[in-house]
Design a protein around this ligand. Structure first.
Ligand SMILES: Cc1ncc(COP(=O)(O)O)c(C=O)c1O
Length: 382
């Protein structure tokens, strides 16, 4: 079955019995459930921190969409990452992470270093030979990357990294927040976990912060679920419902946004105030072929290096249709200076390593009419 069909009728495919014929998944906004009234049911609910039918419905759909052995939905994307680290790492362990990663991942790993002596080695994953050298000399328990990377927009060869991880018996997790399961399937490419923030494209309307983690291995899926309950990371039923509202339109939204981003990125490439446009959808992107092979849709987020800090500030200040907002993948277009917002937790050295300056602007293209967005940018840069 195609993803579009699965997502168009969640209530039908979510494996949560409903004898009322609801058209969409109901919200079970309840903390507890009466055991006596569930006699004879296959699944018995007792407490919403551990299981709730609304959240379970979304988890079952994500699990099918990602091709996993189990999914757990969390209250934020960062919480899903925390659950990943808690599941795979113990005090004193090491993790290898692509250096171009979300600022919140970097901040969380700093916390884990302080609290649990978990050490992180950051490197550039574009060169598999160099990565193998590092792996063969280290004792890593987990490899984590995003692809596309955020905000550098590199495309990493997930199959090649998965093969390396397997060779050295290291668990491999992909942060799939940007591409989503509408575009890319990390587990099919060899990853052990697909972790994602559903705050972004998946829910799509900026109405909720939420996350999910899908595991390939059934025993790891059980461990994730156990820890989510133990640590209280569960997504609320209402938030699960908000996430579910975005699902039927996800692939369609992403395709329209991709087309719009392509036009806007192509326009910006020839603008005199723009030094560089980093968008994997443009044919001159260094990993364009891989991007087209690995993803079905190129997510509508790209990065600009402007001629100066002043021009970057001018663009953001004067653009009317683009809010100055963190996050991406929503129906509204937005811009940010990553070094000031999403990546503010990076050290100066870490920013320099990935070439992020105050002239770098990240743009997320929404569902507005494309020419309106282009006109707005022209006006903003006058
Ligand atoms: C790639 C990536 N992963 C994870 C997160 C964290 O998600 P959340 O903001 O839902 O906690 C973000 C947030 O921007 C992100 O960009």
């Amino acid at each position: 079955m195609k993803l579009e069909t699965l997502l168009a009728n969640i209530v039908h495919y979510c494996d949560i019995p409903d004898d009322k014929g609801a058209t969409h998944i109901p919200i079970y906004n309840t903390a507890t459930f009466d055991l006596k009234r569930q006699e004879g049911n296959d699944k018995i609910y007792d407490y919403s921190r551990s299981d709730n039918p609304t959240r379970n419905a979304v988890e079952n759909i994500f699990n099918k969409a990602e091709g996993g052995a189990g999914c757990t939905c969390t209250n934020t994307g960062v919480s899903a990452l925390a659950l990943l680290f808690d599941t795979t790492l113990r005090s004193g362990d090491s993790v290898l992470v692509e250096q171009d990663c979300y600022g919140g991942t970097y901040r969380l790993l700093n916390v884990l270093k302080e609290k649990n002596n978990i050490t992180t080695r950051y490197t550039d994953f574009l060169n598999p030979d160099a990565v193998e050298q590092i792996i063969s000399r280290g004792n890593f328990k987990l490899i984590l990357c995003e692809s596309p990377t955020n905000p550098g927009m590199k495309i990493l060869d997930l199959r090649a990294i998965a093969a390396l991880a397997k060779k050295y018996s290291i668990l491999f997790a992909v942060d799939n927040s940007l591409a989503t399961f509408a575009s890319q399937h990390p587990l099919a490419l060899g990853a052990d976990f697909s972790v994602f923030s559903t705050t972004k494209f998946v829910s799509g309307h900026g109405s909720v912060t939420a996350g999910a983690i899908v595991s390939k291995d059934p025993s790891l899926a059980i461990k994730v679920r156990y820890l989510s309950n133990a640590e209280g990371r569960a997504q609320s039923p209402f938030d699960a419902f908000l996430v579910s509202l975005g699902l039927p339109t996800l692939p369609y939204r992403m395709r329209i946004q991709e087309q719009s981003a392509l036009e806007i990125a192509a326009f910006l490439k020839s603008h005199p105030d723009v030094v560089q446009v980093k968008f994997p959808g443009l044919p001159d992107h260094p990993q364009y072929e891989l991007a087209r092979r690995q993803m079905q849709i190129i997510p509508a987020v790209f990065t600009l290096n402007m001629v100066s800090e002043a021009k970057a500030a001018q663009l953001i200040r004067n653009a009317d249709l683009f809010g100055e907002k963190a996050s991406f993948g929503t129906s509204d277009s937005r811009m940010e200076i990553p070094s000031k917002m999403s990546h503010a937790s990076f050290s100066e050295a870490a920013l320099a390593k990935i070439g992020l300056t105050k002239s770098t602007v990240r743009i997320s293209v929404g569902l507005e009419y494309t020419q309106d967005l282009i006109d707005d940018i022209i006006h903003a840069l006058k």
